[in-house]
Design a protein around this ligand. Structure first.
Ligand code: PEP
Length: 253
């Protein structure tokens, strides 16, 4: 049986009051289920607070980014993987399309960050996905293969065994235009097959989340696809009611 996960990415939203309210509300509202991890990823400055509020609730806390350098040093403004572990963070998103598009993170940088995350004891959620132009040009699988292969070259099968993949078609993020369940399933199956070429058991147990305009009214159908193991949620993760309704749609496979 594969584990499921529902993860919320707050992006650059929140405050001390919002963090306290959201994590407390989720802790009281959501009955965390065996086999379905509930993950919340606030901005870095609210992580310690979120970890403290989430104690004993069954809610896991993750970061949205980390430095590509592992050791302490003169890297003004960066947050290291070991610091995230130090404050009780367990997960980190790497390679979100916003980081790739707005901050120039290449496939190689994403691979390096993934390695640093693993070496720091964090579970990376590695985001992959194509733009609309790439999809329309028939390049979706080639783009995703290159994103996955760059990571494979650095972390190998052992690293993948400790990782999670999130398929996030760029054209579906924050647009209200979600991939159809069939489109999601097609790419998820492709991702699993690409990983199976490295190791069939690792691929079979890999959690592959879907992200891109998941809402309470479309989550159940997307999550029911055979190769979809939950979701990475942006906008709807900022509303406790919507996020808990999305979580309720995830059942272990
Ligand atoms: C995301 O930010 O990763 C995301 C999927 O956003 P949204 O759910 O708003 O499309």
């Amino acid at each position: 049986m594969r584990q499921m996960m529902v993860a919320g990415n707050w992006k650059m939203h929140g405050s001390v009051a919002f963090t306290a309210d959201m994590v407390t509300t989720l802790a009281t509202k959501v009955a965390v289920k065996e086999g379905v991890t509930l993950l919340v990823c606030p901005p870095a400055v609210y992580l310690s607070q979120a970890v403290a509020v989430a104690t004993q609730s069954g809610i896991h806390i993750g970061a949205q980014n980390l430095a590509s350098i592992a050791a302490p040093g003169a890297y003004t403004g960066e947050v290291a993987g070991f610091m995230l572990s130090d404050i009780g963070c367990q997960y980190v998103i790497v390679g979100h399309s916003e980081r790739r598009a707005l901050y120039g993170e290449t496939n190689d940088v994403v691979a390096q960050k993934t390695k640093v995350a693993l070496d720091s004891g964090l579970t990376p959620l590695i985001c992959v996905g194509e733009t609309l132009d790439q999809r329309e040009a028939g390049q979706a699988e080639a783009v995703i293969a290159a994103q996955l292969d760059a990571v494979s070259a650095v972390i190998g099968v052992d690293g993948w065994e400790q990782s999670i993949v999130a398929y996030e078609p760029v054209w579906a993020i924050g647009t209200g235009r979600t991939a159809s369940p069939e489109q999601a399933q097609e790419i998820h199956a492709f991702i699993r097959s690409r990983l199976a070429a490295l190791d069939i058991n690792m691929a079979a147990s890999m959690k592959i989340l879907y992200g891109g305009s998941v809402k309470p009214d479309n989550a159940a159908l997307i999550f029911s696809q055979p190769d979809v193991d939950g979701g990475l949620i942006g906008g709807a993760a900022l509303n406790a009611d919507d996020f808990s309704r999305i979580y309720a749609c995830a059942q272990p496979k």
